[in-house]
Ligand binder design. Structure first.
Ligand SMILES: NC(=O)c1ccc[n+]([C@@H]2O[C@H](COP(=O)([O-])OP(=O)(O)OC[C@H]3O[C@@H](n4cnc5c(N)ncnc54)[C@H](OP(=O)(O)O)[C@@H]3O)[C@@H](O)[C@H]2O)c1
Length: 252
């Protein structure tokens, strides 16, 4: 089950899992938005079952997980990807914007994991939960305060759930992408000055590409990661090394 598969990183990771042999439950708030991706997954020879699921709504989460379980009889892997961002100076963030980000990214991630673990993974004694974090799980950025708070929370929640459910054969990890151009942030990439600044800080000298999460998500979803849990895996081209070429001190 990969949440938020109507576009963006959810599709990147769903595609990688399908290519590695997984049948998918794909989700969006509007199932009609899932039709193109469903067709793409089916063209790869795998199944894709579309489910309406709003991570801000408790009943919708329960119904979406129940529908997926009724269809396949089990969920082995959960990629908790659905999320959003509100980009604003901290002093301009409203009460409702704070709630929107935290309810979607942190509360939603928790309650989807809870439903899947409670109704399937714990009874079966097997599961791979991959919570999507971000470089903002471990770094702060001006203009991203609620987002950083939510992603830091996902990292901490991941460790807590890993401790709780390890005895049930469930691994819980946080896959933390760096900077990837998608619908939620494409406006940033239209600003050449900002893009130059970003690339200067990435040791691999480019933003993330669609295939860059493939290895990490397949590893975390597979039996190869059986003893790997509670971790935050940054896939960020090295931006978390703190590289800043333009400001490197000149040789004396
Ligand atoms: N792009 C990056 O550089 C980056 C880096 C690190 C982490 N992330 C995180 O990775 C995830 C995917 O990002 P993206 O860039 O691919 O964003 P995106 O293109 O905006 O896609 C977001 C996905 O989340 C779903 N979603 C949003 N609110 C939802 C809700 N209330 N209930 C259910 N689904 C909801 C959307 O589905 P519908 O609108 O169809 O319902 C959509 O499929 C997000 O959690 C994001 O914060 C992104």
């Amino acid at each position: 089950m990969v949440t938020g598969t109507s576009r963006g990183l959810g599709q990147y990771m769903g595609r990688a899992l399908a290519r590695a042999g997984a049948d998918l439950i794909i989700t969006s708030r509007k199932t009609e938005d899932l039709a193109p991706f469903q067709a793409e997954v089916e063209a790869l020879g795998r199944k894709a079952f579309p489910v309406a699921l709003d991570v801000r709504n408790y009943d919708s989460i329960q119904a979406g997980v129940a529908a997926g379980l009724a269809h396949y009889g089990k969920i082995d892997i959960l990629v908790n990807n659905a999320g959003l961002n509100v980009r604003k100076p901290a002093v301009e963030i409203s009460w409702d914007e704070w709630n929107l980000v935290l309810e979607t990214n942190l509360r939603g991630t928790f309650f989807v994991a809870q439903a899947v673990a409670r109704d399937c993974m714990i009874p079966r004694g097997y599961g791979r939960i991959i919570n999507i974090g971000s470089v903002t799980s471990v770094f702060g950025y001006a203009g991203l305060t609620p987002y950083c708070a939510s992603r830091g929370g996902v990292k901490q929640m991941t460790m807590s759930l890993a401790d709780d459910w390890g005895k049930n054969g469930i691994t819980v990890n946080c896959l933390a992408p760096g900077w990837f151009k998608t619908a939620q942030n494409s406006v940033l990439y239209e600003n050449k000055e900002w893009l130059d600044y970003l690339v200067d800080r990435i040791p691999m000298r480019r933003p993330g590409a669609p295939q860059d999460l493939d290895g990490a998500v397949v590893f975390l979803a597979s039996d190869a990661s059986e003893y790997f849990t509670g971790q935050t895996m940054l896939v960020d081209g090295g931006i978390s090394t703190g590289a800043t070429r333009a400001t490197v001190a000149p040789k004396a």
